[in-house]
Design a binder for this molecule. Structure first.
Ligand SMILES: [Zn+2]
Length: 351
């Protein structure tokens, strides 16, 4: 078992290997890239390389079988902390970092990471959903990031550098992860038994924009069908924003009464819109659209009928990223959808 299971990020593996060989690993890393491309898997493999009990870390080749490696894999290693945003919260609570009121600074990640390693030479912390660090949470982390305990390595996982507070950004070594190649997504879907039929895997990979997460989202037949309708709505010349918003709200409601699946669905559709405007921008810049046939057709149609300029298309893309952020911070969904769709239509019409 080795780094071979980290697929599509071979260059980054080499970079880390060189740093490890020279004893130059950083104390804090900020892993950045779209969801579902393997940042977390990479971070866990890094933790294995640091906590492996048979292969020294300079070799950067965890054995995968010793108690250290096994416990990292099972997330039970006493020197590994993996934290993230709870499903029912829109930020990472400060208790995660500094303990609850009764145990302030005596519990939580910042306390644990400062302790002497329990089993080996290192303590490793992985902070998932770093996009959802609020100012209070980031402030709690600040001192730890400023003076990281000597044997500690902290990895923050995020989707974009821009979403990070400057205090976090400036104290981390930024590692940019690229989306996976389409054939890699298709292969991983089958190899990890996420999809059994290779042909289906290929189809989903084409819709994935290089993300396993997006590929799996697209395996929801409801979303795939709605994607067609929604793209149709966006490309319509004299689009009726009220009707499109109503349709989108109805689709989100179909996800059930609970907020998390509704939010997930809305974010999926916002991602569809974002990929559409990315392709519009490509078309307006004179490059052909790329992606699956449905997206390509919609982008070609949309670009032909586009009444705004390039700036309008960029504004639409930015509006999608904002909307995604608003969903993440629990904005009222119906209002958000109404404004979102209206803004998109408005920008598309502007000249
Ligand atoms: Zn090992």
């Amino acid at each position: 078992m080795s780094w071979n299971e980290i697929i599509g990020h071979e260059e980054l593996v080499e970079r880390f290997r060189r740093s490890a060989a020279r004893h130059r690993l950083a104390g804090t890393y900020l892993f950045v890239g779209p969801a579902g491309i393997g940042k977390r898997t990479f971070a866990l493999k890094l933790a294995q390389a640091l906590l492996c009990e048979t292969v020294p870390e300079e070799q950067f080749e965890p054995c995968g079988e010793c108690p250290g490696c096994t416990q990292v894999k099972a997330l039970t290693h006493p020197d590994l902390d993996v934290v993230g945003r709870p499903e029912d919260k829109n930020f990472i609570p400060i208790e995660t970092f500094i303990g609850d009121r009764e145990h302030r600074m005596r519990e939580g990640l910042c306390h644990r990471i400062s302790l002497k390693p329990y089993r080996g030479n290192r303590r490793v912390a992985i902070i998932d959903d770093a996009d959802d660090l609020n100012i209070e949470g980031a402030n709690c982390l600040l001192k730890t990031l400023e003076e990281p305990p000597s044997r500690a390595v902290i990895v923050l996982l995020a989707t974009s550098v821009q979403k990070q507070l400057p205090t976090i950004r400036s104290r981390s070594q930024i590692v940019q992860f690229q989306p996976l190649a389409i054939p890699v997504v298709a292969r991983l879907l089958v190899e990890r038994s996420l999809v059994s039929d290779p042909e289906k895997a290929q189809q989903l990979a084409e819709l994935s924009e290089g993300s396993i997460q997006t590929a799996l989202d697209m395996s929801d037949p409801g979303l795939l069908e709605y994607r067609g309708q929604f793209l149709e709505g966006l490309t319509a010349t004299d689009g009726d924003s009220v009707a499109l918003a109503k349709q989108l709200n109805a689709f989100v409601e179909e996800a059930g009464k609970e907020a998390p699946p509704r939010r997930r669905r809305l974010r999926q559709v916002i991602a569809v819109a974002a990929s559409y405007y990315r392709q519009i921008i490509r078309c307006l810049a004179g490059a052909g659209p790329v992606g699956d046939p449905q997206l390509v057709a919609a982008a070609e149609r949309g670009a032909n009928q586009w009444k705004g300029d390039m700036l309008a298309a960029i504004t639409c893309l930015e509006r999608c990223l904002d909307a995604d952020q608003q969903v993440a911070s629990n904005a009222h969904a119906v209002t958000l959808v109404d404004c979102f769709v209206d803004d998109l239509m408005e920008s598309a019409r502007a000249s």
